[in-house]
Design a protein around this ligand. Structure first.
Ligand code: ZN
Length: 166
């Protein structure tokens, strides 16, 4: 692991390195906005952040707000159905059947949101590698030898292995 881990605010989701090790990756956009470049030169960090893009993508926003709206609808439906169930107006079976569509849509939006977030994490990793920076610690990995057994370049700072062609 890195000798000095970046603060959690400067890290985003987890990605797997070329050898399947799950590690947290840096968030170059947050580091750039906080003016905390760490070991990445400020100019390079600015270029990386611009490539990633500021703010969230349209897909993430739609999935997130869809999930929130479905959650509110689910809570309202649950309150109405529980009241009707308590009054004996509906059976337990009818109560469960009525909730299934809400739960299905809510789960779908939640899945879209998680998928969109994971795509962003993968994108950050590939852009960091494009700039020859270790996605986990930001170390400059240009010119390092490639392990012939798996074609991965090992970061000397944190030990993560990356395929630079990825
Ligand atoms: Zn590293």
């Amino acid at each position: 692991m890195a000798k000095e881990e970046p603060p959690p605010r400067q890290q985003t989701g987890r990605i797997k390195d070329a050898r399947g090790r799950s590690v947290r990756e840096l968030d170059p956009v947050v580091m750039h906005l906080m003016h905390r470049p760490g070991i990445i030169p400020q100019d390079t960090l600015g270029d990386i952040a611009k490539d990633i893009g500021f703010g969230t993508t349209k897909g993430v926003r739609i999935a997130f707000w869809g999930w929130i709206v479905c959650l509110v609808c689910l809570v309202i439906a649950l309150a109405i159905l529980l009241t009707r169930l308590a009054n004996g107006a509906i059976t337990t079976r009818r109560f469960i059947v009525s909730l299934v569509p809400y739960c299905g849509i809510w789960t779908s939006f939640f899945g879209f949101w998680i998928g969109a977030r994971n795509n962003r994490h993968k994108r950050i990793g590939s852009i960091m590698l494009k700039y020859l920076r270790c996605p986990h610690c930001g170390y400059d990995i240009r010119g390092l030898p490639v392990d012939p057994s798996d074609g991965a370049t090992v970061c000397p700072e944190c030990g993560c292995a990356w395929r630079l062609g990825d």
